[in-house]
Design a binder for this molecule. Structure first.
Ligand code: ATP
Ligand code: MG
Length: 417
């Protein structure tokens, strides 16, 4: 893609009204645009990162045998009454009346809605288990929206719901989901820790949180760096262990973390509220056993920025970078140099490389280098007069200091491996 053709311009300064590093960098580098606290637009580069994260999540959820659906954001009060959450979540849910006086709300999550859908479809044990997920906008009236895209008032969640005949079936799927979640976070360049958590709003039952260590996090977690054991603050404060209960040799260290995902064994709370029953093999009617599983898409993107940056800008993990290569044509806008840069660009495109071509005219080398560091693509490739005479390109990894001079062909071969 040609940089001159997309809606793109880096800002000269960091935004004054943002304290979070992710928001400062993403706004300055023109990935997102802030409309109001907790509400952001995704510009061409930011949209690509978000799409890549969504693709990774989709692949991993599909690998669990789950199928993708899409539920609405606008819900009638009646759907939320039986579970008691119209009242219970009234502080965080946007609730209002439409012009005809109907009570409606914007979805903060979808247990109630998905249970109503399943109620019309699931009749017998032969219909179970089933797993569905969606990647959809959630609205939450978050009291503190100061963490940039880590805590939006409107944000995208991948929420998955599972339906089972019994606890054993739920347990099996829950464990598979844990592994899939860890694959998602790893592919996004993040090391995650699983903590056992108290059920919060959703259940008194059983739940786990996936935590990533960063100063930007609003949660506190006790970690054992030796074996990777993690425990959330509430439970750690209650148990008061100093040594790791898992490996025995490490100590538990308190660190700041951000919760990128959360999984719950719901039991029958929402199925009972929605009359979601099935006939077991003896013909008895039983409530369906449910699980729910969330990942915050933009929170994941913001966390990657919090973890991977330096004083010059973002350093995108390869799999979620908006493009793999940033091709910079630097020097005076001479015709032979332009031709050379175009040829390199075409060769990259032909080989299927995802490349952002900084073909902007009347811009100094310094300005282009500055922007490239800020934007943070994994590879920077420079085409200049010096390279033109050698018929080569200068390649530098964003995460490294040294650059190398290579033949175009050799670089393509190397990077396509
Ligand atoms: P938190 O404690 O951080 O508010 P939560 O417990 O309310 O999170 P869930 O309701 O379990 O979160 O939502 C599932 C996932 O959605 C979270 O693990 C997180 O990744 C993401 N998420 C939750 N709230 C937000 C938000 N306001 N902005 C962006 N992502 C969010
Ligand atoms: Mg919350």
């Amino acid at each position: 893609m040609r940089q001159s053709e997309i809606l793109f311009k880096t800002q000269k300064t960091y935004p004054k009204d943002e304290v979070a590093v992710n928001a400062q960098l993403l706004i300055k580098a023109n990935f997102v645009n802030k409309l109001m606290a907790g509400v952001y637009s995704f510009l061409p580069l930011g949209f690509r990162v978000r799409s890549k994260i969504i693709s990774i999540i989709r692949e991993e959820m599909n690998s669990l045998g789950a199928s993708e659906i899409l539920m609405p954001s606008l819900h009638p009060k009646s759907a939320w009454e039986k579970s008691g959450r119209w009242e219970g979540l009234s502080k965080i849910m946007y609730q209002f009346q439409d012009h005809s006086g109907r009570d409606v709300g914007l979805g903060v999550t979808h247990e109630e809605i998905v249970a109503l859908i399943a109620q019309g479809i699931i009749d017998s044990y032969a219909d179970l288990p089933k797993y569905v997920y969606q990647i959809q906008a959630k609205f939450r009236d978050e009291p503190r929206a100061k963490s940039g895209i880590l805590r939006g008032r409107e944000f995208t969640m991948k929420d998955m719901y599972s339906f089972h005949t019994d606890e054993k079936s739920l347990d099996d799927f829950y464990e598979e989901t844990k592994k899939a979640y860890q694959r998602v976070f790893e592919r996004c360049g993040l090391k995650s820790y699983i903590t056992e958590a108290s059920g919060g709003d959703f259940s008194k039952n059983y739940s786990h949180e996936f935590m990533v260590e960063t100063e930007a996090g609003e949660d506190e977690t006790y970690l054992c760096r030796l074996c990777g054991f993690a425990r959330n603050k509430e439970i750690a404060d209650f148990r008061k262990d100093e040594n790791c209960p898992k490996c025995g040799s490490g100590v538990l260290e308190k660190v700041k973390t951000v919760e990128v995902g959360n999984i719950f064994k719901l039991g029958t709370k929402y199925s009972e509220a929605a009359d979601l029953n099935f006939k077991n093999n003896e013909g008895h009617l039983k409530p369906v056993v449910m699980g729910s599983y969330g990942i915050g898409v933009e929170r994941l993107m913001g966390t990657a920025v919090e973890v991977h940056n330096d004083k010059n800008g973002i350093i995108w993990p390869e799999e979620i970078a908006p493009f793999k290569v940033h091709l910079l044509s630097v020097g005076e806008d001479k015709e032979d140099l332009q031709k050379f840069a175009e040829a390199v660009y075409n060769e990259f495109e032909k080989s299927g490389l995802e490349v952002l071509f900084d073909d902007r005219k009347k811009m100094s080398a310094g300005e282009k280098f500055y922007d490239a560091d800020l934007v943070g693509l994994p590879f920077r490739v420079v085409v200049s007069e010096k390279m033109l005479v050698q018929d080569k390109i200068e390649v530098k990894k964003r995460s490294e200091k040294e650059s190398r001079v290579l033949k175009v062909k050799d670089f393509i071969k190397e990077i396509s491996k």
